[in-house]
Design a protein around this ligand. Structure first.
Ligand code: ATP
Ligand code: MG
Length: 483
């Protein structure tokens, strides 16, 4: 994280410094050259003007006279330039300074030529015998028609250079100030970017470690705010997925616990019986037969349990496919009634069947449809001690409605929602032991839904329960009418 922070800073400072250096430094240096040039040219013009004044003053005077020399000294002092006068051959004949070593020396012939043609020479000229750099101009000496020679004016460049130096110094300071300001700005900028980024990074790290309820508290309207929002949404999604996974884990664990519990009960019973038989504790063939019989029933029960679990798992994994066909529901109802007839009679509960005439066929898997009805009737019989159980059918719109009604113990409103859960059994204390496993209705619900039907119940405690199942009716395929 710190690495990112630093490289961000480095990149920002680099681009800022580049801007400052190019902006202020480069442009500044350019300006200083331009200014220097400007000062040079104005100074040169000024000096040419002064040269003309010198010429006007001395053109009518006797050269190499006391008077001229004094005049030159005067002009030197008032103009602050040294003045030389040379003749047509280029030889310097008089100067404004007494101790001048240049007298007798010659001016370059190219300059002499130009001056004799009446032109000014306004270059930065180097003359022998002058140590410090000088700006010099040469103007013709004499009248318009008659040129006697030339007048050279020198001015030390020091003043100009000092001005330029001043400008450059100012630019340097401006650049330094720019660097300082940009460093401060970059520091602030990278801080203001990296601080929320660090917050985001920390949160993302926590989310990565499984803390899905972690949220980032950044509400800026920029890209960083967007990033924070995206990560928050992602965390929320992960949170939801995690919760779901935990719930599924819980369901699976409950399921395993339930299965092993349901299997343990009959197994423990059988183990006890077998031990008793092994130890010869049971006397007589009759007694032993009774034990074998109980054990056989336990194995049947376990078999049912395992089959139910298989069914349910396959149903929930959508691994069971129906083989639907047109089914006469009334026939299935009558068959089921036959199965439970004897049991109902033994219990003293009346089993009534009330099927509708000319009932359309249902579109269902007959084996599974019977499984649905058998499960419902088995429950009705199990939880009804007196009164009746009635099975009825009726056509309702595109469905066949099957009703299994009993006058049994009923189900409380709170439990009505729970009975569909696998392994759920209403707890009624120890007096009435329900040998079921609580899988029946879970299987029924899955099967009904697989058929594209619906199931509902109405129940009142101590009055009875009615389960209503809707199974789609069979629709004969239409024959297309041509012409
Ligand atoms: P299994 O069907 O697996 O042998 P079960 O009958 O206990 O066991 P379900 O058929 O799923 O399980 O029923 C769940 C619970 O709903 C029952 O244990 C019972 O408490 C309640 N229940 C179901 N049908 C009725 C009914 N007709 N009257 C009263 N209670 C019922
Ligand atoms: Mg049941």
């Amino acid at each position: 994280m710190l690495g990112m922070d630093k490289s961000l800073f480095r990149r920002l400072i680099l681009s800022y410094l580049l801007t400052v250096l190019i902006g202020i430094g480069f442009v500044g240096i350019l300006i200083s050259y331009l200014v220097k040039g400007y000062i040079f040219s104005t100074t040169q013009e000024e000096m040419v003007r002064k040269g003309r004044i010198v010429n006007m003053t001395i053109q009518d005077m006797q050269i190499q006279s006391e008077e001229t020399e004094q005049m030159l000294v005067f002009l030197d002092q008032s103009f602050n330039t040294r003045i030389w006068v040379f003749d047509r051959s280029g030889e310097i004949i008089t100067t404004s300074t007494k101790d001048e070593v240049s007298i007798g020396k010659s001016v370059a012939s190219s300059i002499v030529e130009r001056v004799l043609q009446g032109e000014d020479a306004v270059n930065r000229l180097e003359f022998e015998g002058l140590n410090e750099p000088m700006l010099s101009v040469v103007v013709p000496w004499g009248q318009e028609e008659q040129v006697y020679g030339g007048i050279v004016l020198h001015s030390p460049v020091v003043g100009i250079n000092r001005t330029v130096m001043k400008i450059r110094e100012t630019i340097l300071w401006a650049t330094l100030f720019g660097i300082f300001v940009s460093t401060v700005m970059v520091s602030y900028l990278s801080w203001s970017i990296s601080r929320p980024l660090r917050t985001i990074d920390r949160a993302a790290e926590k989310i990565g470690m499984g803390n899905y309820d972690e949220r980032i508290d950044i509400k800026s309207n920029d890209e960083i705010g967007d990033l924070a929002n995206t990560i928050n949404t992602m965390a929320a999604k992960l949170d939801r997925i995690d919760q779901e996974r935990k719930k599924l884990d819980q369901i699976r664990n409950d399921f395993l616990a339930n299965v092993s519990h349901e299997l343990r009960t009959p197994l423990t019973a059988m183990q006890g019986f077998l031990e008793a038989l092994q130890d010869g504790l049971i006397d007589g063939e009759e007694g032993r037969k009774k034990y074998y019989n109980v054990m056989y029933k336990e194995t049947l029960h376990m078999n049912r349990l395992v089959e139910d679990i298989f069914d349910l798992i396959k149903l929930e994994n959508k691994e069971i496919s129906l083989q639907p066909k047109p089914v006469d529901v009334n026939e299935v109802i009558h068959n089921t009634a036959l199965i439970f007839e004897q049991e109902a009679e033994e219990k003293g509960v009346e089993l009534k069947v009330d099927t509708a005439d000319q009932l359309p066929k249902a579109y269902a898997d007959p084996v599974r449809l019977e499984q649905i009805i058998v499960n419902l009737v088995k429950n009705a019989l199990k939880f009804t001690e007196q009164g009746y159980i009635s099975l009825s059918t009726i056509s309702e719109e595109a469905f066949i409605k099957i009703r299994v009604k009993d006058t049994g113990i009923g189900i409380t409103e709170a439990d009505q929602e729970l009975i569909w859960e696998r392994f759920f059994k209403v707890d009624r204390g120890r007096s009435k032991v329900n040998k079921g496993t609580g899988l029946g209705l879970a299987i029924v619900k899955e099967l009904v839904e697989l058929h594209g039907g619906r199931i509902a119940l109405e129940s009142e405690v101590d009055k009875g329960t009615t389960f209503t199942v809707l199974i789609p009716a069979y629709e004969a395929p239409h024959t297309e009418l041509n012409g």
